[in-house]
Design a protein around this ligand. Sequence first.
Ligand SMILES: NC(=O)C1=CN([C@@H]2O[C@H](COP(=O)(O)OP(=O)(O)OC[C@H]3O[C@@H](n4cnc5c(N)ncnc54)[C@H](OP(=O)(O)O)[C@@H]3O)[C@@H](O)[C@H]2O)[C@@H](O)CC1
Ligand SMILES: Nc1ncnc2c1ncn2[C@@H]1O[C@H](COP(=O)(O)OP(=O)(O)O)[C@@H](O)[C@H]1O
Ligand SMILES: [K+]
Length: 499
Amino acid sequence: MEILTSAEMGRTDRRAIAKGPYDGYGLMRNAGASVVDEILARFAEVHGVDVLCGPGNNGGDGYVVARLLHERGLDVRVFASAPPRQGSDAALAARDCSVRPEPLSVFRATRERLVVDALFGAGLSKEIGGPEAEAIGSTQAAGCPVVAVDLPSGVSGDSGAILGAAFSATLTVTFFRAKPGHFLYPGRERCGAIVVADIGIAPTVIEGAGIKLWENGPHVWRSDFPSPSSQMHKYTRGHVAVFSGGASATGAARLSARAVARIGAGAVTMLSPSSALLVNAAHLTSIMLQRADTLADVETFVANRRPAAALLGPGFGVGETARLFALFLLGRRKGDLKGVVLDADAITSFAEEPRSLLERMVDGEMPELVLTPHAAEFERLFPDIAADRSLSKVERARAAALQASAVVLLKGADTVVAAPDGRAVINANGTPYLATAGSGDVLAGIIAGLIAQSMPVFEAAAAATWLHAEAGRLFGPGLIAEDLPELLPEVLSGLLGAS
Ligand SMILES: NC(=O)C1=CN([C@@H]2O[C@H](COP(=O)(O)OP(=O)(O)OC[C@H]3O[C@@H](n4cnc5c(N)ncnc54)[C@H](OP(=O)(O)O)[C@@H]3O)[C@@H](O)[C@H]2O)[C@@H](O)CC1
Ligand SMILES: Nc1ncnc2c1ncn2[C@@H]1O[C@H](COP(=O)(O)OP(=O)(O)O)[C@@H](O)[C@H]1O
Ligand SMILES: [K+]
């Protein structure tokens, strides 16, 4: 499903109105009716409803909701912060609603009555204060159920940021397509359950509109997902090089390597410094082991064994060696090395001199680069982008992807994956149980394993994020990073169909 910004949704509304069959008020009536359907289905026991209406079309939806609930015999009160603008669709909706509005300043929420929040939606333009902020405070204090129309008022639809104050809804009913603020934190936790309602806008209305943001899921990348063909052998299934850290920091790379193998790459070689060879040897079975202390060792390995993808960073250590190895790998030809995943220490290693990584000349023949920073690593590599508070997480990831000519996977509870061409996904199937040491190392391994199997890099990073989160959810409480690779077969069976 596409995710639309406020501006894109506004353009979509206008196109839909121009195409028909619904005019603006028709769409508003459909929107209000869809909210009422959800209220009746989910809050059957509620008899009293307070509808809070703002001055714009979000308030207009609120008047439609109030009218329809009143017509069904519910006890409905309307509280308006300001009258709708004359001649607007909202003014028509207010005219047709026989419940007389009271000023918002007299509204006091009570525990027994449902609040319908129709103060602001896509048009939220400044911080909330005054009677609107008091209404939010009163509602939170009463602890009553809240149904938000389009967005909880106070949540920015584009970034998920909270402007001053915001409702915490039990249910949010949005229209046609979800908005970034429904998926990005902190907005996401203010939405409650999310329903995307059909209000009579044909999906074809957004064809050719250049929408490049989706909720992450198999629909984005399933057609590119690898499956082995009958004639393959282990190396044609994809060989991945994973770089190990020193003797006391080998676990991270082993977690990655295990994930590479479980996601279906045919062969994995751990490149290890001499100091860590024995400890790695003691722990590895199907995964091969190769000594690599110097750049010359890496060059020899790559020339002789031609891995399809490489992963550098987990537990590797920060410094010159990481930079040397990374830039060497990125200087290969794509025919030899499809992609390079730089994670963790490999990202931090470029904090002091980002230009050598970010401003390298990129041509279509070079390996693709995937960067997988968490928020702090992102800030180290892209301090200017991170400091720009006007950017949403999606815009930050996109700006970084463009700057680095790389797929950027910006981690967190609302992981965003962005490509240099502007395509992006927001991941929504995660679980806080994934916040456990080594979980990111496994994610990096899944990406490298998919790239080695010839999956395009953006799709590989998006698929890996979703599969990793599915594995986390499957295990639930008690999850440690070691569990994640072992759950991939079950997640893959669910995705591909057991056969
Ligand atoms: N045909 C369609 O397009 C359809 C649209 N639909 C519905 O329309 C909604 C979008 O409507 P909208 O564009 O009128 O914006 P809305 O969210 O009502 O707010 C704008 C008003 O609020 C004001 N304001 C903003 N922030 C404020 C603040 N902090 N404190 C105080 N005031 C503030 C702002 O003032 P201004 O910025 O102009 O100064 C302006 O007056 C959308 O979410 C969906 O529910 C559906 O019916 C389907 C069909
Ligand atoms: N609260 C959360 N909800 C969902 N996913 C989370 C949450 N916190 C962390 N994650 C995920 O867990 C992984 C943690 O990776 P990272 O921070 O690199 O940890 P490590 O370096 O220990 O492996 C990322 O994929 C991240 O998106
Ligand atoms: K609202």
